[in-house]
Ligand binder design. Structure first.
Ligand code: ZN
Length: 286
């Protein structure tokens, strides 16, 4: 299975390189945990591996943009993704040349779900090394109770740690109160999970919470409407693929990075070579 995954993604990667120009959109990476504590757990990316991925992004010239900027971009309000400036007046009319194209900036968004303390202990440090920022989606009850519902060693971040992240330019978003699957609970409770988590985090951090992340990627039209009605400006799913201008800001897609990804897998994921396989996997889960 692993070999098949490698071969198929290799073929896709090279095929995509041979057929450029399909307007690659903005990629939002989805991480959960960055820790060596649970080898074999696909959601726990080892610390050194995460550091390698951040270094690779920096070496390739990527810069992170905030979730807020991502939402502006898909809404077509441009947050630095477009070509800027106009040097045409400097050109001689006698020697018309194609207008010089500024190199397209390589933009990426980094998100971290579930609010585990390892995000603060390990991911934060690696991000700081390259001047990267992330968006941390936390279930408010995990933070408020100091418990994640997982093993005792798996602490959530504290309000103080989240406040420090926010002070350092990172974003904190809501991931419901209890991490409930929102289409599986009654609608009143669902709306409370959506609205209540915003209020709790805003109170805990004393700053607005603008973005939501559907727990387990589980949402439907009613959940999306509840997110809108609660005053959020955007939300993300676990559906794969890059986000093009005009994408639904309340259903932004993300690219999952797992603990088992080699650096080559990571590079292929950034290039979109895993998108169709992720779609197949999600389709079979329905
Ligand atoms: Zn989650």
């Amino acid at each position: 299975m692993a070999i098949l995954r490698t071969v198929l993604s290799d073929i896709t990667y090279h095929a995509r390189r041979l057929t450029p120009g399909d307007g690659e959109g903005l990629r939002i990476l989805m991480y959960h945990r960055v820790t060596d504590a649970h080898p074999g757990n696909r959601l726990c990316v080892p610390v050194a591996r995460f550091a390698d991925q951040m270094r690779w992004l920096a070496e390739q010239g990527y810069r992170t943009i905030s979730f807020a900027e991502a939402v502006e971009l898909v809404r077509g309000q441009g947050a630095g993704g477009g070509r800027r400036g106009n040097s045409r007046q400097a050109e001689s009319a006698a020697f018309p040349r194609p207008a010089p194209r500024a190199p397209r900036p390589k933009l990426i968004v980094l998100t971290f779900d579930d609010g585990f303390e390892d995000n603060f202990l390990y991911a934060y440090r690696a991000l700081a090394q390259y001047g990267f920022t992330g968006c941390f989606f936390v279930p408010s009850a995990f933070i408020a109770s100091g418990q994640t519902g997982h093993e005792a060693v798996d602490q959530p971040m504290s309000w103080a740690q989240l406040s420090e992240l926010a002070r350092e330019g990172h974003e904190v978003g809501a991931h419901s109160i209890s991490h409930a699957k929102l289409t599986h609970i009654d609608p009143v409770q669902m709306r409370e999970e959506v609205r209540g988590s915003k209020e709790a985090i805003e109170q805990g951090l004393q700053q607005p919470v603008r973005f939501f992340c559907y727990p387990s990627g589980d949402y439907n039209a009613a959940v999306k409407q509840a997110v809108r009605d609660s005053g959020y400006d955007g939300a993300c799913t676990v559906e794969p693929g890059a986000n093009r201008s005009g994408a639904d800001p309340f259903a932004l897609t993300r690219t999952e990075i797992s603990a088992f990804d080699s650096l080559w897998d990571f590079e292929k994921k950034i290039a979109g070579a895993f998108d169709w396989m992720h779609r197949v996997v999600q389709w079979t889960k329905r």
